[in-house]
Design a protein around this ligand. Structure first.
Ligand SMILES: Nc1ncnc2c1ncn2[C@@H]1O[C@H](COP(=O)(O)OP(=O)(O)O)[C@@H](O)[C@H]1O
Ligand SMILES: [Mg+2]
Length: 366
């Protein structure tokens, strides 16, 4: 007999574009997304989070307050999702909340990563047991703490006959290589949308380049592209993970002269994302099928460019695998909550470089 359970996955990613909420029904370990909601993040809160990510201009009191503010917003988003879905909180076994990353520092003597969004508030204000803080335990056993969404890719998106690569193009991009023989590995490849988002916000006061239309109006600048590609991160072997600590506005501005046409820079940034993905994928595997998730899947110009770079290898959205591109990460955290609730140690060794499987996440019970 199969077991059916409902979980909710919550995440706000590097892009800080919204809180993705997915209500997921599991039949044994197989997820079906039954309802979704992307809750907007107010511009004032987004600005505060961005300041926090920069590590300047805030104090401990504001850190504590933002933690609770985000926790309350995650709870409210969950309650909205449940209202839309017409499902009571009592039907949900647990929430898996990723929170909002504000700093990720996997190297050094005391590696750490910080996701905020107080899980006490989420549990109390939704009435649903909440699992959170998934990344730090992985770091204690030597892992990068990221990427973790590949756990879902490995569980759900593999093929017995083809080498598949799942590409998540969020603020940062990560890839998961799923070999037909069941082996797999994953890592962050570098920027996804984060630099394009910054650039269009600076010049056009939009939060992102809809469909890549603005980038398509510019001309790629070969010298700038070459300079961006020289970043040492691309030479590091995997496992590796990165974030806004490296790929941020200062990083980009330091590479620019002052006389570039803004649209040309955007075109170059789109090409930079496409080229780094191609390079990181082809130096680690020979893909037969590529599936894209994350908001970058909606960037038509980027998707076309990726298809051109990969030639005969088909590039499609993860919708073809049964989970829409916007909901893969939230579904992954619902899946992780399920494992944590069952007390299952998760094997991230091939994904984050952890030395052994451990139970990820802390449980805040109601
Ligand atoms: N229609 C679209 N056209 C172009 N880019 C888009 C579109 N929709 C979303 N995006 C991009 O995807 C980003 C959000 O992707 P997401 O997967 O949520 O990333 P993260 O996990 O970092 O939050 C947006 O900031 C934007 O850059
Ligand atoms: Mg997002």
């Amino acid at each position: 007999m199969s077991n059916t359970d409902y979980y909710i996955g919550l995440i706000s990613g590097t892009s800080i574009d919204g809180i993705d909420c997915a209500l997921v029904q599991f039949t044994d370990d197989t997820p079906t997304v039954v309802a979704t909601h992307c809750n907007p993040i107010p511009a004032t809160l987004r600005a505060k989070i961005l300041r926090l990510c920069k590590g300047t201009g805030f104090d401990l009191q504001s850190l504590g307050a933002i933690d609770v503010e985000i926790g309350r917003l995650f709870a409210a988003s969950t309650n909205t999702l449940l209202q839309y879905a017409g499902i009571p909180a009592s039907a949900i076994t647990a929430i898996g909340s990723h929170g909002q990353t504000v700093f990720h520092a996997p190297k050094g003597e005391f590696p750490f990563t910080m996701q905020i969004g107080d899980p006490n508030s989420i549990a109390q204000l939704t009435g649903i047991t909440t699992v959170a803080d998934f990344r730090r335990r992985d770091m204690v056993v030597g892992g990068e703490g990221a990427p973790l969404a590949p756990l879902l890719h490995r569980n759900c998106f593999g093929s017995d006959t083809a080498t598949r690569v799942i590409v998540n193009i969020g603020g940062i991009s990560n890839i998961t290589v799923l070999n037909a023989n069941d082996t797999c590995f994953a890592f962050d490849t570098g920027p996804g949308n984060v630099l394009m988002d910054y650039w269009i916000e600076k010049h056009q006061h939009k939060t992102y380049d809809e469909s890549g239309v603005w980038a398509a109006q510019g001309k790629i600048m070969p010298a700038l592209l070459e300079l961006l590609l020289q970043e040492p991160y691309f030479k590091l072997p995997y496992p590796k993970s990165t974030g806004r600590e490296l790929f941020n506005s200062e990083w980009l501005e330091s590479k620019l002269k002052q006389d570039e046409l803004a649209a040309n820079v955007q075109a170059t940034l789109l090409e930079f994302t496409a080229q780094t993905l191609r390079a990181e994928i082809t130096k680690s595997t020979s893909p037969q099928e590529i599936f894209i998730c994350g908001g970058g899947a909606h960037n038509v110009v980027l998707m076309r460019r990726l298809q051109a770079l990969f030639g005969d290898v088909p590039v499609a959205s993860t919708s073809a695998l049964g989970v829409g591109p916007d909901w893969v990460e939230a579904t992954a955290f619902a899946w992780m909550a399920k494992q944590t609730m069952a007390g299952i140690a998760i094997d991230t060794t091939a994904l984050t470089g952890a030395a052994k499987p451990v139970i990820l996440g802390g449980i805040y019970r109601v």
